[in-house]
Design a protein around this ligand. Structure first.
Ligand code: ZN
Ligand code: ZN
Length: 57
């Protein structure tokens, strides 16, 4: 299985994790949330595919 690392906010493929963030969903902990550097900087919203939790707050 080839797991593609995709930013959950803009769907950009993260070639490497430089500047990006990967963390488990704060609510359900089941899904890895990936955010690219750009989306972190603009504080783009993300939604957990598992439980529909929205962040970053
Ligand atoms: Zn992004
Ligand atoms: Zn979740």
């Amino acid at each position: 299985m080839n797991t593609q690392l995709m930013c959950v906010s803009c769907n950009t493929t993260l070639v490497n994790s430089k500047g990006g963030a990967v963390f488990p969903c704060p609510q359900c902990g089941k899904h890895q949330i990936l955010r690219c550097k750009n989306c972190r900087e603009i504080a783009a919203k993300y939604t957990c595919p598992e439980c529909s939790f929205t962040g970053p707050n």
